[in-house]
Design a protein. Structure first.
Length: 299
């Protein structure tokens, strides 16, 4: 039985990684999880300079999940290299760095700075607001997505994964725009924009008013979008959105995903990644599955 998968020539020992922003860069979870057992660690988002993030409160529980408006708080690329990448340097797992920015220049600066670092793949968060275009996210406009993908690919030394926003009319249009721009792989879905109101205090649950909704409640939407994208473009896809069990992960793989990311579930069960990995192995053994290729995109 072989649980390994390949994304753009990078071999992961199993298909499980973590969703950016839900696992730090592994240090916070290292007392619970053997980092080397993960197929890859996807780091928190990093920008060219430190970001303070949004005002508090930033997180609210929702039915079947959570809503966050953290605002991608991060220490900036230089501190990230000194701390996060240093921690991951001797871990027996692949490293996917999530990159964020407010302009194409911001993204490119981070991508260039990471050129000679111990990084296997780059995941580009295009749900960030494009300050040069009135704050609209790069990931909801196909032309902007295509353009930024081309700019990043021209400078990147590592394979580029474009992380797609679900807050669009047609996810396949966005997937095609990214692939046409040169994306080596795609990851989806990012969070869905939502709102929660505290009726007793008569105020918004998060200071930002709106936030990104994640967790089990969005899984059917995520599975549908992953299925659509995997049938629309021919690049590897990392599926995510509400994965909490091995059964959830296998569902995404059957929809076409090469690998899966676990996000919100980490907050209520820090052991969930290892449980999912073991569950996938058990499923393969029980069903005499030798490799995940046998069940991937089987529908």
């Amino acid at each position: 039985m072989d649980t390994s998968v390949k994304i753009c020539g990078v071999e992961m020992k199993n298909p499980v990684t973590v969703a950016s922003g839900t696992f730090g860069s592994g240090l916070e979870f290292s007392e619970f999880v053997d980092i080397s057992k993960l197929g890859a660690v996807t780091t928190k988002g990093v920008a060219n300079i430190p970001w303070q993030g949004n005002p508090t409160p930033r997180i609210a529980e929702t039915y079947g999940g959570m809503m966050n408006a953290v605002g991608l708080q991060n220490p900036g690329i230089e501190e990230f290299i000194k701390t996060d990448l240093k921690f991951l340097k001797d871990k027996d797992t692949k490293v996917i760095v999530n990159v964020c920015g407010h302009s194409v220049k911001d993204y490119v600066e981070v991508v260039e700075r990471l050129s000679d670092e111990n990084v296997d793949l780059l995941e580009i968060n295009v749900s960030c607001p494009n300050v040069k275009e009135g704050g609209i996210a790069f990931g909801v406009d196909p032309e902007a997505l295509n353009s930024i993908t081309k700019e990043i690919k021209a400078k990147a030394k590592q394979p580029v994964i474009m992380k797609l926003s679900p807050n669009v009319t047609d996810i396949t249009e966005m997937a095609k725009a990214a692939v046409d721009g040169g994306a080596d792989a795609l990851s989806l879905i990012n969070t869905l924009t939502g709102m929660k109101i505290d009726i007793n205090r008569r105020c918004f649950a998060v200071a930002n008013k709106t936030g990104g909704v994640s967790g089990p409640a969005i899984k059917p939407i995520a599975v549908r979008m992953v299925y659509q994208v995997c049938h629309a473009v021919d690049v590897p896809v990392i599926g995510m959105g509400g994965i909490a069990t091995a059964e959830d992960a296998i569902e995404f793989i059957m929809a076409g995903a090469t690998a899966v990311s676990i996000g919100t579930a980490n907050f209520h069960d820090p052991y969930v990644t290892e449980k999912v990995i073991k569950g996938i192995e058990d499923f393969m053994g029980k069903n005499n599955i030798e490799t995940l290729d046998e069940i991937r995109k089987c529908l």
